[in-house]
Design a protein around this ligand. Sequence first.
Ligand code: NDP
Length: 245
Amino acid sequence: MSDSAKVWLVTGASSGFGRAITEAAVAAGDTVIGTARRTRALDDLVAAHPDRVEAISLDVTDGEQIDAVAADVLARYGRVDVLVNNAGRTQVGAFEETTDQELRDLFELHVFGPARLTRALLPQMRERGSGSIVNISSFGGQLSFAGFSAYSATKAALEQLSEALADEVTPFGIKVLIVEPGAFRTNLFGKGAAYFSEENPAYAEKVGATRQMVQGSNGDQPGDPTKAAAAIRLALAAENPPLRL
Ligand code: NDP
């Protein structure tokens, strides 16, 4: 590894943004530890760059797995320069149908997992006086709509954690970047879209106003995740990157 090459740890690297971010980092000569539950989806990248891509199985909702992966990576690589908390999924449904368990599960994935992984990797960044933490939120972290109460609640929580974190660690030379994508072409929305069908009785009975928003934001021209990956790299290269992208 060259001195300037960075070590990235990306969660949810098997698809969508995570995959695009992994590919962009590798193309730039960096090393990426791509984590996901479906690590086989990274086989081609590992085969093409066996010295610079490693796939590690990690379910972000399992705190013990997080600690073990972080310890293993730090022991073998000595550092993580860029942590990308990206793993996520949609959760759509009327507020009154969203159960405590569903809400808790999504908080585990979008809030507790990223918080735990950040805690595990932050001390070595502070010690070195450098490093970047990229938290993939959503436009839903700032706005919410009928059907998106759970999703937006978790992303808003991630954003508030990130704001405080940025305030705490920027003085130590660590960059924090909150990314708020609109609608992008990934696997994210596939299953969720079915909820908003007029043929779904739950939608028809319990949610009054969302279909238009979903069609409008996720319809004709969703964005290209490779462009988002390029924008993230550009932002991280800046001396004083914006807090939000
Ligand atoms: P994809 O469905 O394409 O990718 C989601 C990734 O998250 C997969 O790699 C999946 O890997 C991983 N993942 C899901 N659950 C877990 C888990 N429990 N543990 C570890 N990994 C998990 O969607 P996107 O690329 O779109 O999603 C990435 C992020 O972008 C999410 O946080 C999402 O909220 C955010 N986002 C996306 C938008 C869009 O329009 N696409 C808009 C706004 C935000 P695996 O199943 O292998 O574990």
